[in-house]
Design a protein around this ligand. Structure first.
Ligand SMILES: Nc1ncnc2c1ncn2[C@@H]1O[C@H](COP(=O)(O)OP(=O)(O)OP(=O)(O)O)[C@@H](O)[C@H]1O
Ligand SMILES: [Mg+2]
Length: 268
């Protein structure tokens, strides 16, 4: 089965008028696919993720997951927000336990603890499990957010720039950890990840959805990444397919999709 986004429209009404943010989004994402979403600031990437997550309703259209229409949030979809949200009063360990319990309150406590341990180990946080979010680095906080999302055991993992504010080395490590988790995971089948990083999008994704600001359609282009896995980060830049996709993305983002609105936002 799959995740289907059909004719989704969403307009925000603000003091300065109506802002049509999602202008008829149609996407069909296959089970097990890793999809990256890229586009200029304000083009509606977070809004789209929130609609899929069921946190925001669409004005028109629908989201269907495995044949069921999404009507609100649910444990079949986990979101890691742009400003990753942890519970500051709880330890790293308890943050992950809390996420696992929120999805399956009925699960035995042994099983919940096993799940927390599994994801804390695979994200390299096990030794830091007793610390509070305020006592660990930004990269560790983002890893905790990723561990929480996996602990939910969702069918669809929605990641909104999860590695946004990180240095290049930490980011690169986390990308690899994410791919390792995703490829070994039986429960989490599908990932949708918003990113501003062109290289990150190509390294991770099976397909890249390029979104645009008005007046262009919300989904400007969808690019398939036909590069075999596992992908070697060091070798990737030499791959002609990688170079072709990279060139296309740079062209789209730096020429074709630059609108006065984008410039204004960048200047602001
Ligand atoms: N709740 C809201 N009320 C009014 N306008 C909103 C609301 N949420 C988002 N918007 C507007 O909708 C547009 C799209 O916002 P969104 O957060 O989806 O963009 P984005 O692509 O995620 O941008 P960024 O890359 O900066 O995170 C923006 O112009 C934003 O100001
Ligand atoms: Mg956003």
């Amino acid at each position: 089965m799959s995740l289907e986004i059909m004719g989704v429209r969403k307009t925000f009404h603000t003091k300065s008028g109506a802002q049509p943010v999602l202008r008829g989004v149609d996407l069909e994402i296959e089970k097990g696919e890793f999809v990256s979403i890229i586009g200029h600031s304000g083009c509606g990437k977070s809004t789209l993720l929130n609609v899929i997550g069921g946190l925001e309703g669409a004005d028109e259209g629908k989201v269907v997951l495995d044949g069921f229409r999404v009507e609100g949030p649910g444990p079949d979809r986990a979101i890691v927000f742009q400003n990753y949200s942890l519970l500051p009063w709880m330890s790293v360990y308890d943050n992950v336990v809390e996420a696992a319990l929120s999805a399956r309150p009925d699960r035995k406590s042994d099983a919940t603890r096993d799940i927390a341990e599994k994801y804390l180990r695979s994200t390299g946080l096990w030794l830091h499990r007793d610390k509070k979010p305020g006592e660990i680095s930004g990269g560790m906080r983002q890893r905790t957010a990723v561990a929480r999302a996996f602990a939910v055991g969702p069918k669809v993992l929605l990641l909104d720039e999860p590695f946004g504010a990180l240095d290049a080395l930490t980011r690169s490590n986390l990308q690899q950890q994410l791919i390792d988790l995703w490829s070994h995971e039986d429960d989490t089948e599908t990932v949708l990840m918003v990113t501003h990083g062109i290289d990150e999008a190509i390294f991770l994704a099976d397909r890249i959805v390029v979104m645009a600001n008005p007046p262009k359609p919300s989904v400007a282009e969808i690019i398939e990444v036909k590069i075999e896995r596992p992908r070697d980060k060091a070798e990737l830049p030499k791959d002609p397919e990688y170079q072709r996709i990279r060139e296309r993305l740079v062209y789209l983002l730096e020429r074709e999709l630059v609108t006065p609105q984008t410039n204004e936002q960048e200047a602001a």
